[in-house]
Design a protein around this ligand. Sequence first.
Ligand SMILES: C[S@@+](CC[C@H](N)C(=O)[O-])C[C@H]1O[C@@H](n2cnc3c(N)ncnc32)[C@H](O)[C@@H]1O
Length: 227
Amino acid sequence: MLPSPGPDVYGTVTVVERLSCTPGVGHRSGARPAGLLSVNKAHNLICSSRWWARSVEQDVLPWGLSSVDLGDDVLEIGPGFGATTRVLARRPGRLSVLELERHYCERLRRELGDGVDVVEGDATQMPFPDGRFSAAVCFTMLHHVPSPQLQDRVLAEVLRVLRPGGVFAGTDSFDGGLVFKLIHIGDTLAPLDPRTLPDRLQAAGFRHPKVDTSSRRTFRFRAFKPH
Ligand SMILES: C[S@@+](CC[C@H](N)C(=O)[O-])C[C@H]1O[C@@H](n2cnc3c(N)ncnc32)[C@H](O)[C@@H]1O
């Protein structure tokens, strides 16, 4: 039995964030509709909590990255408040993060200083050269990308920016029980189906895709760019 990461509280993430990564629909920090702010506050509260930081450190990352060799130049996509980033930053080697939302980027730069290269940008059009990274990771991020087409664009972009042999790994939640559905009422959450993810990774050009689910409706994935 695989160890189970904690519940995906990021599943409660706001409509604002998902809309913001839809080309032509999005709005950046400072231009949010007032009616959505209360949801956003609740989300921020959870995502910046010590509880989530502990879950990430003790469950999500150890499970998601078990036996994965990240190498010397890692890209994290969608760091948000940086709970995952803070743990990744302890590793030796270079760490860059790509985040859509400016206010998260500013916060991460203040907190992490020069140790992490914080880049504001969209994972469907990454501002990085081909073949740069030894690994790319993302945690509870892919379901924020609002359609399978855009998600597949993220997969294609990850493949492009990885070195030959580089690994793409991470975790996410998948659609499941009533509670999961209830906490997403009114938002545009686009959960991935772990059963179809291996084929999607293969179609993007990855090799040896592997996806495992846990008892808590989360999954981990890993796949490699061909040599
Ligand atoms: C739920 S947070 C996850 C934060 C962090 N990985 C964690 O687990 O604590 C997802 C993040 O992905 C970012 N995101 C969503 N779509 C994105 C895109 N197209 N490009 C870059 N970042 C994106 C959101 O702004 C948000 O900060």
